[in-house]
Structure formats: structure tokens, C-alpha cells
Design a protein around this ligand. Structure first.
Ligand code: FMN
Length: 222
């Protein structure tokens, strides 16, 4: 018996080249339609959809497969209100006192400010935590590796899954966001990483008219 079992990778699918090209082009077209929105509808979204999106995020690669992430899905109105109040407090301090001018200038085209009504309006506020290490039942500590890289990839997959399901998202990073650990009762091994607001867009939602760098600008083929 193998000490560390392997199995045949039966899930891999090779597509004919034409289909592969179409899939890549279609996926790019699909991803290009994703935008961060800042006005949400309060329309309900079945929890099953969020569950599957998080399952998808949980398939992400991670350093030594430690899966150093934890997702707290908040739909409870009272908890959402508390998150909004605490986020607005740190953000008010950020926008009025702590943010250097150059940062505020970079944020200006996005029209953001310290008001975060969407944290209460949207049906889901998903708080993503990095788990620095885990502790097993005997109390021994298991290290986790490449935390930011791993949780960043999982978060990207979650955003992609939600977009693919037909929901809109907002990546929100209240600064600082340590308050989220206490507010959500997470252990001290958990460090808040990002807040992902998810739901339907508000009617006639508008987004900043900004673009993306071209392939030439972001890639070299050598
Ligand atoms: C790490 C990260 C942090 C962000 N933090 C905030 C935030 O706190 N508030 C906000 O309104 N948008 C935030 N955003 C959204 C960005 O402003 C947005 O992704 C960017 O302007 C590009 O727009 P797009 O997502 O529509 O392509 C954040 C995005 C990322 C990736």
C-alpha cells in the first residue's frame, strides 16, 4: 500500500483545438463583462448559489494544499448593520484623516467615499479570512504556506464563480479591517483578508468609465 496514495487524473478533459480556442475567447468575453458595482438591489439570492460559488473557491490551489482560507457568509441584517457601522467608522477616518492626497486622487475616478450602504442592502456580505495556521485535536500546530497568494487565488475564483452565476460583486477592503475578526467571532489564527459584497445590481446601476491595460501592456511572450 502506498503511504501517500495517488490516483489517475480522470477529470481532465482535452478539447479539440478549435473548441479550446473558442472556450478561451468566450471566457475572455465573459470575464470582460464583470464590473465592480457599488449600488446593489436587496433582492434575495438563494443560498445554494453562494454555497456552490464558495465550493468552487475551495477548489483553488494553495501552498502545500493547506487551504488557508475561511469564508463567513453574512446575510443576517443585524450583523450586516454592525459591519456597515464599523466599516464606515474606519473608512471615515481613512477618507478624512489618514489617506494621503495621492491615494485620494487615485480613488477619485471611482467615486468612492466613507458611506457603505451596500453593506446592509446587498443580500450577502462574504468576509474572507486568511487562516495563518491550524491546530488539530491534539493541540499540535499545522503551518500554512503562501497565505496571501493562496487566499488571493481563492478570492479570484470566488469572484469569477459569482460573476459566472450571474451575480455582481464589490471587493471591499475597509482599512484597517481587524474589527471583522471580533465582530464575526473568528479565532486569533484568522486574519481578515477581504470583504466581498454579492447580489443583484441596483436598477440602472452606473460604473466608472475606466478601462483595462492591453495584452501588450501586461504580457511579454519571449
Ligand atoms: C484588493 C482590492 C481592494 C479593493 N477595495 C475596494 C474598496 O475598499 N472599495 C471599493 O469601492 N472598491 C474596492 N475595490 C474595487 C476596485 O476599485 C475595482 O476593482 C477597480 O476600480 C476596477 O474596477 P472593476 O472591478 O469594475 O474592473 C478593490 C479591489 C481590489 C482588487
Amino acid at each position: 500500500l502506498e503511504k501517500y496514495p495517488f490516483k489517475r487524473y480522470a477529470d481532465y478533459i482535452e478539447y479539440p483545438l478549435d473548441e479550446m480556442k473558442k472556450k478561451a475567447a468566450d471566457f475572455y468575453a465573459h470575464m470582460k463583462r464583470r464590473r465592480t458595482i457599488r449600488e446593489f438591489s436587496d433582492r434575495e439570492v438563494p443560498r445554494e448559489i453562494i454555497e456552490n460559488c464558495i465550493r468552487a473557491a475551495g477548489t483553488s490551489p494553495s501552498g502545500a494544499n493547506m487551504q488557508p482560507w475561511h469564508f463567513v457568509v453574512v446575510s443576517d441584517p443585524d450583523t450586516k448593520r454592525k459591519i456597515r457601522e464599523a466599516a464606515e467608522e474606519v473608512e471615515r477616518d481613512f477618507y478624512t484623516r489618514r489617506a494621503p492626497d495621492y491615494w485620494l486622487e487615485d480613488l477619485a475616478p471611482l467615486g468612492t467615499d466613507e458611506n457603505k450602504p451596500y453593506l446592509e442592502i446587498a443580500p450577502y456580505v462574504i468576509v474572507i479570512f486568511t487562516e495563518r495556521y491550524s491546530v488539530d485535536d491534539e493541540g499540535s500546530r499545522q503551518n500554512h504556506y503562501y497565505l496571501a497568494e493562496s487566499v488571493g487565488i481563492a478570492t479570484g475564483m470566488l469572484i469569477t464563480a459569482l460573476h459566472t452565476a450571474g451575480l455582481a460583486t464589490l471587493t471591499h477592503t475597509p482599512h484597517p479591517m481587524a474589527f471583522l475578526r471580533d465582530l464575526l467571532g473568528r479565532p486569533k489564527t484568522n486574519v481578515p483578508y477581504m470583504v466581498l459584497v454579492a447580489g443583484y445590481p441596483a436598477d440602472d446601476v452606473r460604473v466608472p468609465d475606466i478601462g483595462k491595460k492591453s495584452l501588450d501592456e501586461i504580457a511579454d511572450f519571449i
